[in-house]
Ligand binder design. Structure first.
Ligand code: NAX
Length: 334
């Protein structure tokens, strides 16, 4: 059997981690032959809850779990890790301005970026989930200059899965018969879910989504707004934010980083922009379609972009520029 890998989950006492840790521990993410050292980080007031999570993982008696470390200390949590899944963040409290939320999180992700820089393996793969995920990811990248930028990504896979599921549901087909839907931009309500390049299999025949659905108004209207507003709809109904589906999306995302994407297929994730792709400004963590090989992503380039898409891709980029500048201004003042 392989040597164990060390996987850190932050926000480990929270609701997403409660589902995610089980998925990881039973081998759904890194494979059924990959032993694991699980590292759980949360803040000091959550240590007794974290102890309960640790007990439950142990009580699952899962053979891949070789060790569990629960801590509130970043230097211990980030030490020699192979993978960091950064879920923990400051939630939006009542009356809190967007700017306050950005700043509170910029502080957390600067500190965790520094910890990655100092203590993690240089090959560490980092997935940022805590919101605002794209900008938090950018802060972590900038705070960890010794780790390649390409090792970082942020989660837009939940949006990607939501979009696939909407199309599958509309056509009455299994979701794995829907391929290559794209989420562009920010994990926020400005994101642009794009089915223009997606294909579906209906009664054994592969075709474009627009040919299968034959309802352009839906694709340009409800489809987009349902996906953009899905997080808020779940909160309204459940009185809690998405957790099971978020944990599943994190597992899908990290599994694809580890094992790669199938030939001819792509998935969406937030990755660093270089200014040369789809006219998206340099130095943003922007969600693009990517393919993954040898644990390395590459953006799917040269897809034709119509005016409708172009406008929406730009709008979500503008929001990210604003978020980046707010976070940077704050970080330079502390
Ligand atoms: P919970 O509030 O249940 O859990 C968050 C946990 O993080 C808490 O236990 C808290 O103590 C901990 N925490 C706070 N600051 C920390 C720090 N500095 N270091 C370590 N731990 C810290 O939230 P949950 O529902 O689990 O959601 C976690 C984050 O995921 C939120 O920011 C949420 O907005 C974000 N999401 C992002 C998604 C995405 O697609 N990118 C989708 C799902 C989710 O909404």
């Amino acid at each position: 059997m392989a040597e164990p890998i060390k996987v850190l989950v932050t926000g480990a006492a929270g609701q997403i981690a409660y589902s995610l840790l089980y998925n990881i521990a039973k081998g759904d993410v890194f494979g059924k032959d990959q032993p694991l050292i699980l590292v759980l980080l949360d803040i000091t007031p959550m240590m007794s809850v974290l102890e309960g999570v640790l007990m439950e993982i142990r009580d699952c008696a899962l053979p891949l779990v070789r060790e569990i470390i629960a801590t509130d200390k970043e230097e211990e949590a980030f030490n020699c890790i192979d993978v960091a899944i950064l879920v923990g963040s400051m939630p939006r409290r009542e009356g809190m301005e967007r700017k306050d939320l950005l700043q509170a999180n910029a502080k957390i992700f600067k500190s965790q970026g520094n910890a990655l820089d100092k203590f993690a393996k240089k090959t560490v793969k980092v997935l940022v989930v805590g919101n605002p995920a794209n900008t938090n990811c950018l802060t972590a990248i900038k705070s960890a200059p010794s780790i390649p930028k390409e090792n970082f990504s942020c989660l837009t896979r939940l949006d990607n899965n939501r979009a696939r599921a909407q199309i599958a549901y509309k056509l009455g087909i299994p979701s794995n018969d829907v391929k290559n839907v794209i989420i562009w931009g920010n994990h926020s309500s400005t994101q642009y879910p794009d089915a223009n390049h997606a294909t579906v299999k209906v009664q054994g025949k592969e075709m474009s989504v627009s040919d299968a659905i034959k309802d352009d108004a839906w694709l340009k209207g409800d489809f987009i707004s349902i996906v953009q507003q899905r997080g808020a709809a779940v909160i309204r109904a459940r009185k809690l934010s998405s957790a099971m589906s978020a944990a599943k999306a994190i597992s899908d995302h990290m599994k694809d980083i580890w094992f790669g994407t199938p030939e001819g297929e792509w998935v969406s994730m937030g990755v660093i922009s270089n200014g040369n792709t789809y006219n998206i400004p340099n130095d943003l963590v922007y969600s693009f379609p990517v393919q993954i090989k040898n644990k390395t992503w590459s953006i799917v380039e040269c897809l034709p972009i119509n005016d409708f898409s172009c406008e929406r891709m730009k709008a979500t980029a503008s929001e990210l520029v604003e978020e980046r500048d707010t976070a940077a201004e704050f970080l330079s003042s502390v």
